[in-house]
Design a protein around this ligand. Structure first.
Ligand code: GCB
Length: 631
């Protein structure tokens, strides 16, 4: 070997053995081979639960690993025999410093923070291991292991072999395991790392709990060799249009048939991704989806080998000047913001019951709209919103300060948008995609969001694009009027302008404000995507005293009066006060009042209504009546 060859070899060895570091010098066990969204990922599998053959939820053995000892040795080099091998001691002299069989368990789905007191504040790595028997994959079939979500970085091994990784904490991902399953017992190992990193989306600072773990359902799915992986059917100018995607051998020439039996509508197409269209002449009987009448249809998609179904509603949403128009009629959005936290005292919500409880409360409040903040909520939320008749604002965690100029961050955000839209494109309830929350109005941040808006539009032309922005707040000369100017240059790229304003809570605007004026630079609809105040349920006092129920009632009465005036003047198209329920936040330590809860909920963490729940509810009922009787 020549000297130069030796040098090249040495360099290769050095680089492959050097651990990847993040910029504060911490080893990054997993980013060496991964792109921002992940690697080894299977194509999206829509409506996956109808495919499931084996539910992998339940108790998983876990090993907490604060120093990444499972992946890195004492010199921070990548281990060759990491804990993914799920080894057991078979000889007396063998030294193996982990044993999944002897560890406690955590429930999946579920965050780890609320399952064990010692993990409440934990941010780091946890190894999950579960064994199962499934038999090998039958001839002519394919199998996938699918996760509803894991927060934030998940790497997955089956029987000691790496399947891949996923880095978007709030969307589903799957790995193909055809040909990889054992005849007998399988070992499935998942390393979940929820450390916050500067380049991530979101980055370091959020006003919500960084719940870690396998937070949504896990299952082993079986599909035919060439299967229908995803589809879309939507209403466009009176026709039903869409596509279906085939994956597998022969997909290119494949045949697809889509039918909506109830209205006798059928269409067919050929190819891996045939375009589908059902002309309006054949769908005269179609009833559109609306909050008042959330009509859903059974849609069946069939190929030569496969058949899947979905419950889909059809509606059209657009803007007209400053108005939002649903199925040709102006609509005012009576909303509420929601974090994905359960009413059982917090923790990540993930189940159908959680979704029914949260969205049921929103219905009780008189909402026709919910803002699912600040990341993609579990699929139950949008499916049940479809069923209950709640319009949805879907969001990605492009939140506060991030590395907007960093290409990795940009790629992360892109993956968030793509995976969110991919999952929910058939949900009639979703009317708005949001690409940011309270990002500064600097060029780099505007460009970042504009790029995401473009991606979202290219992927999905049937919804409106927005972002929750800061507004400039001033008082008029006499001090009585709050003047809100919507100037964020992202407004140029949005279909709907949305601002978060905290007049009367943060800053010095308070009870002597008599009204509100809004100036916008664009002739576009405007939403108040947030306003709210901290209220401790049951705390009584003066209406000037923060945290009290009385303060809350005055605050909301004033705000709703101002909104009422703006609404009458056609200057405001909807509101989503912050927020339905008190939610956990590491930024809210105030003892005796907050105790790690953001107290801006209309109900307490356990779901007990505060007085303001009634105040908002009353106004929403009044508005609903006005809107229903408007000629
Ligand atoms: C905001 C943020 C939201 C916070 C809220 C608050 O503007 O968008 O994430 O939780 O204010 O309570 O301060």
């Amino acid at each position: 070997m020549k000297f130069s060859q030796v040098m090249v070899l040495a360099l290769v060895l050095l680089t492959t053995h050097a651990p990847a570091q993040d910029w504060i010098g911490r080893p990054r066990p997993d980013r060496t081979t991964s792109t921002p969204e992940g690697d080894g990922l299977a194509p999206p599998i829509m409506n996956a639960w109808q495919r499931e053959i084996l539910d992998l939820d339940g108790d998983w053995n876990v090993q907490i690993d604060p120093f990444d000892s499972g992946s890195l040795n004492y010199l921070s080099e990548n281990r060759r025999d990491g804990w993914w091998q799920d080894r057991e001691r078979t000889r007396p002299e063998q030294l193996i410093e982990y044993n999944f069989d002897a560890t406690p368990v955590l429930r999946v789905p579920g965050d780890w923070n609320t399952q064990r007191d010692d993990l409440f504040f934990y941010e780091g790595t946890v190894w999950y291991r579960r064994t199962f028997e499934s038999g090998t994959t039958p001839e002519g079939k394919r199998r996938f292991i699918r996760f509803g979500a894991a927060n934030r970085h998940a790497t997955v091994w089956l029987n000691g072999k790496r399947l891949g990784a996923h880095h978007v904490g709030f969307t589903p991902f799957a790995f193909e395991v055809t040909g990889k399953l054992a005849e007998g017992e399988n070992s499935l190992v998942v390393r979940v790392d929820n450390r916050r990193r500067f380049e991530d989306v979101p980055a370091i600072r959020t006003d919500w709990w960084n719940y870690g773990g396998i937070t949504r359902e896990v299952g082993l799915l079986e599909v035919p060799e060439t299967f229908i992986s995803s589809w879309e059917l939507r209403l466009e100018d009176g026709d039903l249009v869409g596509w279906a995607k085939l994956d597998g051998p022969g997909a290119d020439g494949g045949f697809v048939r889509v039918s909506v039996e109830e209205i006798g509508a059928v269409t067919t197409g050929f190819g891996a991704e045939p375009e589908l269209r059902i002309r309006s002449s054949s769908i005269d009987r179609l009833e559109v989806w609306s909050p008042e009448r959330p009509r859903l249809y059974d849609v069946v998609i069939q190929s030569v080998e496969d058949v899947v179904s979905d419950r889909i509603g059809f509606r059209e949403i657009e803007t007209e000047g400053r108005g939002i128009v649903l199925n040709g009629e102006p609509v005012f959005l009576r909303g509420i913001c929601i974090h994905e936290e359960s009413l059982d005292g917090g923790g990540r919500a993930w189940s159908e019951r959680h979704a029914r409880e949260l969205l049921g409360l929103a219905k009780e409040l008189g909402c026709n709209y919910v803002r699912l903040a600040h990341y993609t909520h579990n699929e139950w939320m949008t499916r049940i919103a479809d069923e209950l008749g709640l319009m949805v604002w879907g969001e990605i965690p492009v939140y506060w300060e991030m590395q907007f100029g960093n290409e990795v961050t940009q790629a992360f955000a892109k993956a968030h948008v793509e995976e969110m839209i991919e999952r929910d494109r058939n949900r009639a309830s979703v009317v708005i995609w949001s690409v940011g929350n309270e990002n500064r109005a600097r060029p780099v941040q505007t460009e970042f969001r504009a790029r995401l808006a473009k991606i979202a539009r290219e992927l999905d032309s049937s919804r409106l694009i927005s972002a929750a922005c800061f507004a400039r707040l001033k008082r008029d000369e006499d001090g009585k009027l709050a003047r809100v100017s919507v100037e964020d240059p992202f407004g140029e790229y949005a279909d709907v302008l949305a601002i978060n304003q905290y007049i009367g809570w943060y800053g010095n605007h308070s009870s002597d404000v008599a009204g509100m004026v809004v100036d916008t630079a664009w002739e576009k609809p405007l939403l108040f995507s947030e306003f709210g105040a901290g209220i401790k349920q049951g705390l009584r006092g003066d209406s000037e005293e923060v945290w009290t129920e009385e303060f809350g009632v005055r605050f909301y009465s004033d705000h709703l009066d101002w909104c009422d005036e703006l609404r009458d003047a056609g200057a405001l198209q909807g509101i989503s006060p912050w927020i339905l329920k008190d939610f956990r936040s590491p930024r809210r330590p105030l003892g005796g009042v907050q105790d790690w809860w953001n107290r801006k909920g209309l109900v307490s963490e356990a779901g007990v209504p505060k007085d303001v729940f009634g105040v908002v509810g009353e106004r929403y009922r009044q508005w609903a009546e006005e809107d229903a009787t408007r000629p």
